[in-house]
Write a protein that binds this ligand. Structure first.
Ligand code: PGA
Length: 258
């Protein structure tokens, strides 16, 4: 089996937990359980309001921070939005863009592209989410995936695209308990790489990491990473249970070390 690039496991807490006290406990439990020697990048995307408090608990642990979204402008009359410079001093490493839950609220491919451009001007790494609502026997969903990638990457240079992370998250698998099979995930990774190779060449596309997301659990993580050959996971529900999240990190890490 081909080994993952630098493996990456991202916990997307979404709009959870409701209290900072619970968030701190969850974060502490994750910090305690993180394997000492890990080759896997471990990333948490908490609600933005919790960043400052959680950062204080990091205590030398190698956990990185991620936003669940970001606005493309630096400042101005954009009610409710947060910009990248506002995260200065908060150890921001990654930013999730185009999550299907944001797309469902109206986020367009064009906005996803603007956000990617803004992020790539900084040291932050964008994690762009793509995925189909449903599959059909004619493969129409593949054209949608291709469109999402092409639009997201529009006018992004070869040098910058290398840093991009793509999270393949079929919408039918998010929070539903239905997971893509390892074969589905593997085929989609190859398809994504093919599109990137057509756009930027094989060498550049080999740098882009492809994650899988959608009902990832300790019980399916091993199969997905080993046989799906994905470079890691974007995890929702299971990232809210420290034990499950850590178990998934350990699974990815064990595979990376073999
Ligand atoms: P899930 O969410 O793991 O709860 O399916 C994944 C995601 O939305 O990123």
């Amino acid at each position: 089996m081909k080994k993952a690039a630098r493996p990456l496991v991202v916990g997307n807490w979404k709009m959870n937990p409701v209290s900072i006290t619970v968030a701190k406990r969850l974060f502490k439990d994750i910090c305690l359980g993180i394997p000492r020697m890990t080759d896997t990048e471990i990333v948490i995307a908490p609600p933005a309001l919790y960043f400052t408090e959680l950062l204080k608990l990091k205590n030398g642990k190698k956990i990185k921070f991620c936003t669940q979204d970001i606005f493309w402008e630096k400042m101005g009359a954009y009610t409710g939005e947060l910009s990248l410079p506002m995260y200065k001093g908060l150890s921001l490493s990654y930013s999730i863009i185009g999550h299907s839950e944001r797309r469902a609220l109206g986020e367009t491919d064009e906005e996803v592209n603007k956000k990617i451009h803004a992020i790539l001007k900084t040291d932050v790494t964008p994690i762009v989410c793509i995925g189909e609502r449903a599959r059909d026997s004619h493969g129409t969903y593949l054209s949608l995936i291709e469109k999402q990638i092409r639009e997201a990457c529009k006018s992004v240079s070869k040098m910058k695209i290398k840093r991009l992370v793509i999270a393949y998250e079929p919408i039918w698998a998010i929070g539903t308990g239905k997971t893509a099979t390892a074969t589905d995930a593997h085929e989609m990774k190859l398809f994504i790489k093919k599109i990137l190779t057509n756009l930027y060449g094989r060498n550049i596309s080999s740098h882009v990491r492809v994650l899988y997301g959608g009902s990832v659990k300790p019980t399916n993580a091993n199969d997905l990473v080993r046989n799906g050959e994905v470079d890691g996971f974007l995890i929702g529900g299971a990232s809210l249970k420290a034990k499950d999240f850590i178990e998934i990190v350990r699974t990815v890490n064990t595979y990376a070390k073999e």
